[in-house]
Design a protein around this ligand. Structure first.
Ligand code: ZN
Ligand code: ZN
Ligand code: ZN
Length: 328
């Protein structure tokens, strides 16, 4: 794995139990994209995440953390309006008269009779089930042939004035406050999905590292993962797993894991591991290559005294590691 600061962040995050439970839903295919669910009182919520972490605000925190660490990607799903006074998301829209501010307005469709050019609101054309021109008394049958829709027209029931574009205001159904667009609190709401790069990383992060840790602990090792070791040069080096037997703290084993979604893992992880062990001088160094190591990498591993473990799956990795460790 590339050891950048962000990767380290993510490795820490993958070790969190709640994160594992949540991300496993993406990895298993149960969720491909997490969409928020609308709740009229609270706005949008993520019930699947809440079920794992306990409440809505912890769910937001987890999602933000995973997004910022580059594990999840997000897509703008909706914008939600909150009351600036009480914080409720139970908000309605009021279309108001621009003259007297009343929201008691009548919205009508404007219709134009193509033949004679007469334009009026739809109600004035209505005669039973038919539309008849009030000016020339001809019946309008076909939309876009006999007549056109020419937009909307509003009439205020309070001051009787007419206008085409109403003012928009908001009404909080919880505290009954009216507020304007300027006063509204508007929040972005996202749908989340697991980043392609994170899928592989997450799989290594615990699907692989966790059982290897368990295996080592069962066999009497003390394990740290990820772990930093200081080298002779004074530099700190990070390894996916560092283990030592309790009473032999100087006899350490370091393990790195490299995966390839293509055919074979290239030699770079071997070179990186060699540079670290050259400085740190562990007793044993292992590289677990999933699904296998390139030919060049195999030669280098032998040259550098790195024990190579090739495995197609987590089970195979543990079995192979066990075999190689017991031989020593
Ligand atoms: Zn309110
Ligand atoms: Zn009015
Ligand atoms: Zn007409």
């Amino acid at each position: 794995m590339l050891k950048t600061d962000k990767t380290l962040d993510r490795l820490e995050i993958y070790r969190d139990r709640n994160t594992q439970v949540f991300l496993s839903k993406f990895l298993s295919g149960e969720i491909s994209e997490l969409e928020p669910v609308y709740d009229p009182k609270l706005g949008y919520r993520y019930p699947i995440v809440e079920a794992i972490v306990g409440d809505a605000s912890s769910a937001e925190t987890l999602l933000n953390r995973l997004y910022e660490a580059g594990i999840l990607e997000r897509r703008l799903y909706d914008k939600i309006i909150y009351c600036q006074k009480c914080g409720s998301a139970n908000i309605s829209v009021h279309y108001c008269c621009p003259y007297c501010k009343s929201f008691d307005i009548q919205k009508s469709a404007l219709i134009e009779h193509v033949k004679c050019g007469y334009m009026d609101v739809e109600e004035n054309f209505k005669k039973g089930n038919k539309l008849v021109c009030p000016k020339c008394h001809e019946e309008l049958r076909k939309l876009d042939t006999d007549y056109r829709r020419a937009g909307t027209w509003c009439t205020c029931k309070d001051c009787s004035k007419s206008f085409d574009i109403p003012n928009v205001t908001h009404f909080c159904r919880a505290c009954h406050t009216n507020f304007t667009f300027e006063e509204a609190v508007i929040k972005d709401v996202y749908a989340y999905s697991l980043k392609e790069e994170a899928k592989e990383e997450a799989a290594i992060g615990w699907v692989l590292i966790a059982p290897i840790r368990d295996f080592l602990i069962e066999n009497g090792f003390e394990v740290e993962s990820p772990a930093f070791l200081k080298g002779k040069s004074g530099a700190n080096h990070m390894f996916d797993i560092v283990a030592h037997v309790e009473d032999a703290k100087h006899k350490i084993t370091v393990i790195d894991i490299a995966t390839s979604t293509e055919n074979a893992v290239p030699e770079q992880p071997i070179i990186a591991l060699f540079a670290k062990i050259f400085d740190v001088s562990p007793e044993n160094a292992y590289l677990i290559a999933i699904p296998k190591m390139s030919e060049n990498g195999k030669k280098m591993a032998e040259l550098y005294n790195i024990t190579l473990v090739e495995a197609k799956s987590q089970k195979e990795a543990i079995r192979a590691l066990k075999e190689k460790m017991l031989k020593k």
